[in-house]
Design a protein around this ligand. Sequence first.
Ligand code: SME
Length: 162
Amino acid sequence: MTDDLLAELRALLAGETDAIANAANTAALVFARLPRLNWVGFYFLQGDTLVLGPFQGFPACTRIPLGRGVCGTAAARNETIVVPDVHAFEGHIACDSASLSEIVVPFAMGGRLAGVLDIDSPVLDRFDESDKILVEAVVRAYAEACDKMFFFEKKNQKTLAS
Ligand code: SME
């Protein structure tokens, strides 16, 4: 399962460097292939706030300050957090009431924190050490495939001439 998913992901990312397109396909693949999930998605760091990116699942909160919730805590610490029971995590932000356990994995670009991949499950204690290793490999493959300028530009929109 693990090797299959990583091989499939690398094939999906090959030849594409757009960070949004790759995040969309990464979230969709993880959601389709890993059992017992209800939400998979990216948050990208903008200043000191994580902003919602491509995801699968119900609509979610759009902005999470660094240090807040599981996502903001994982980002602030720059380390993976596995939460076996979200109700036991102080400050957990509930986006989908079905979520019972969660894993959040930060990723870097050019040595700088760029965002997190957040995965929720409707099952308690869904994520073990092998899932942690797998999801960390998934975000590494994602980050390596993407053009880092997306993450370094302050805004990703061009100003339209009026
Ligand atoms: N539970 C997360 C918020 C994001 S949603 O789960 C999609 C948190 O506590 O940071």
